[in-house]
Design a protein around this ligand. Structure first.
Ligand SMILES: [Zn+2]
Ligand SMILES: [Zn+2]
Ligand SMILES: [Zn+2]
Length: 271
């Protein structure tokens, strides 16, 4: 299984559109791994997690071929992860779609409601919409996808996804605070090969709907103690906000002694 990390920023992107903070200015000056688009992932070409405002640029920059995507999962309805307009462009007149092409779209009730309000003409999109619930797995070709219950605050039902195939397991875990008990229980003993966790607050401590670096270290240790990590599992921090202020080099300096990698746009995670 080959997962491409298409974006590693929190909602505003980094550098953020209007922002004059030091972290945005410095990221623009350094470039490279400090330029972060909104979070999304492509797995083995045919499976996509989230389709946010940067989907078009991500296509050009990382060679994503959306015409090959058969299964699209949304973590939640926030605008940095779910941009309904991009689905709208599957319509005739905007794109030429092969007649036998069918896109399966999965999300919570809230995501489904948001999409259906946006598109009274769903049949024209050559897409089928599936409402999913935490811990109910969906088999997509060789990959089993299980939505896990995240803690993302408010009344938003947010998912993180566990991806399992014969080649290994990957946990995609952004936009969550500390997991609820049932998610820890589900993950126990899973021997996951690569884990990506939310680090919105940078080196600061998190709270509520996101994590910071100290909680990422703590959560990785928790996974370890639950037997949820395979030997030599890749541990990765992602989904960073400019408000967290720490740039790539500072994050790497903090995380490296803990055996944790710092994600960047275009990172490949293969298990
Ligand atoms: Zn987010
Ligand atoms: Zn800023
Ligand atoms: Zn969110």
């Amino acid at each position: 299984m080959k997962l491409k990390v298409l974006g590693t920023a929190a909602a505003e992107g980094w550098p953020a559109l209007w922002c004059v903070c030091d972290a945005c200015r410095e990221a623009a000056r350094r470039g490279g791994r400090d330029l972060r688009m909104r979070a999304a992932y492509n797995v083995d070409d045919y499976l996509q997690i989230d389709l946010g405002p940067d989907a078009l640029t991500q296509m050009w920059q990382f060679g994503v071929d959306y015409s090959k995507v058969e299964h699209l999962f949304f973590t939640h309805s926030h605008g940095d992860h779910c941009e309904p307009e991009h689905l709208f462009f599957r319509r005739r007149g905007f794109s030429i779609i092969p007649e036998d092409s069918l896109l399966h779209v999965y999300g919570s009730e809230q995501v489904m409601t948001a999409l259906q309000q946006h598109f009274p003409v769903l049949p024209l999109l050559q897409a089928q919409f599936h409402s999913i619930r935490s811990f109910d797995s969906v088999d997509c070709g060789d990959i089993r996808v299980t939505p896990l219950r995240a803690d993302h605050g408010g009344d938003e039902e947010a998912f993180n996804f566990l991806l399992e195939s014969d080649s290994g397991r990957i946990l995609q875990g952004n936009d969550t605070g500390w997991y609820p008990e049932e998610t820890w229980e589900f993950l126990a003993g899973r021997e996951i090969d690569a884990v990506l966790l939310d680090c919105t607050y940078g080196l600061h401590s998190g709270g509520g709907s996101h994590l910071g670096a100290p909680e990422v270290v703590q959560a990785m240790a928790e996974l370890q103690s639950l037997g949820a990590l395979a030997p030599n599992a890749r541990k990765i921090a992602t989904h960073f906000s400019h408000n967290g202020a720490a740039l790539y080099d500072e994050l790497a300096e903090y995380f490296t002694p803990h055996g944790i990698e710092v994600a960047y746009d275009g990172m490949i995670v293969e298990v």
